[in-house]
Ligand binder design. Structure first.
Ligand code: KG4
Ligand code: ZN
Length: 343
């Protein structure tokens, strides 16, 4: 079964065709990052306009790269939540029109569930058989930070999530304060590789309640204040060292909570995903913690960590199998919990 996936929740207009939820036939991504860079972050209005301009050629390109026509597509999966509302609306409206015109089923996909599905697209190997639920999903991106039990392909149970900023947001805001261009996560990653994490002692978050919840705003505020203070004193800060310390702090937090949750809930299979899963510190620390405990770890290749439509098509396939489809009343939703969970 071939699903056409469409993604437009933030600043990437993307379309992809995926076969049986596992095999990528095409994967087209039109990123607007260079344009938003000028403003230091995503400008929602601008993002919507660019999606409008890009969506048609991106979808056409995905079909032509897959060497398929709409007749040979079995369903249209689209990200409908969560994200920038004006941006989501472009993908949702386009997908609805396409479904109406082609008579193909319309399949709504939650963006965070889509990120988790990126790991279904990994090639099977002797060491790493195809990922199947149940497993513990760790989804870290610019807008989301969550540990969730993936009980079956369409049933999720959140174990912990951020109470304020997402991990990617913390990377990006600190990066901006350090003078790196948007999106700053990757620049922090590169600088961190030259730096010494022990040069700074960053605060650890202490939280009441759910031990698996995250909070990154304290870390962000500490770093931003530190940079301002140093600037006021006319001193220079070593960006490489500060990046290394920041990356280590985030990687440690994600790794420790994931390991504790896996041990408590009895999971031996972990799947990391989302834009921040491209971070070398997070990948390495989680990989060595999993290796020590004999856990199996899945991580998408770098090209499938950030926003893409292949992950939406993959999750769309499983949604369709579970009977999750939509009609012309489908609307975009800016904020939405995972399937089966109340807001
Ligand atoms: O998944 P994604 O493309 O969009 C959302 O759903 O939010 O994630 C984007 C986030 C940005 O915050 C970006 O800076 C971060 O992922 N990111 C990284 C790295 N590559 C992307 N953060 C840290 N290290 C990286 N190598
Ligand atoms: Zn995303």
């Amino acid at each position: 079964m071939r699903i056409l996936g469409i993604e437009s929740s933030c600043d990437e207009t993307a379309a992809s065709v995926v076969e049986d939820g596992r095999r990528i036939l095409s994967n087209v991504i039109a990123s607007q990052a260079d344009e938003h860079k000028k403003y230091g972050g995503v400008v929602p209005e601008l993002a919507s306009r660019r999606h409008c301009e890009n969506i048609l050629w991106v979808v056409k390109q995905a079909l032509s790269d897959a060497n398929l026509t709409m007749d040979e597509i079995d369903g249209i999966a689209v990200t409908y939540a969560p994200g920038l509302i004006g941006a989501l609306l472009v993908g949702v409206s386009f997908a609805k029109g396409l479904a109406m015109m082609s008579g193909k089923p319309l399949i709504p996909v939650h963006h965070t569930e889509g990120h988790a599905a990126a790991n279904y697209l990994l090639p099977e190997s002797a060491e790493l058989p195809a990922l199947e639920p149940p497993y513990l999903g760790v989804i870290v991106s610019g807008g989301h930070t969550r540990i969730a039990e993936v009980l079956d392909y369409t049933t999720f149970r959140t174990v912990g999530k951020t109470r304020d900023d997402a991990a990617g947001e913390c990377f990006d805001k600190c990066a901006r304060a350090m003078g790196f261009p948007y999106p700053g996560g990757i620049h922090v990653d590169q600088a961190a590789q030259r730096g010494d994490a022990s040069a700074f002692r960053l605060p650890k978050t202490k939280m009441d309640g759910n031990p698996y919840d995250f909070s990154f705003s304290g870390l962000k505020t500490y770093i931003v204040n530190l940079l301002h203070h140093t600037e006021q004193l006319g001193q220079e800060i070593n960006r490489d060292d500060l990046s290394a310390a920041l990356q280590q702090a985030i990687a440690q937090d994600v790794t420790l909570k994931t390991m504790d949750a896996a041990e408590e809930l009895g999971y031996k299979t972990i799947a990391l995903s989302g834009g921040v899963s491209a971070n070398s510190g997070v990948r390495n620390m989680l990989a060595s913690a999993c290796a020590q405990r004999g856990f199996r770890l899945y991580m998408p290749p770098l090209a499938l960590c950030g926003d893409n439509a292949a992950m939406i098509a993959a999750q769309g396939y499983y949604n369709y199998q579970a009977g999750i489809t939509a009609d012309e009343t489908l609307n975009a939703v800016a904020s939405k919990e995972l399937r089966g969970e109340s807001a």
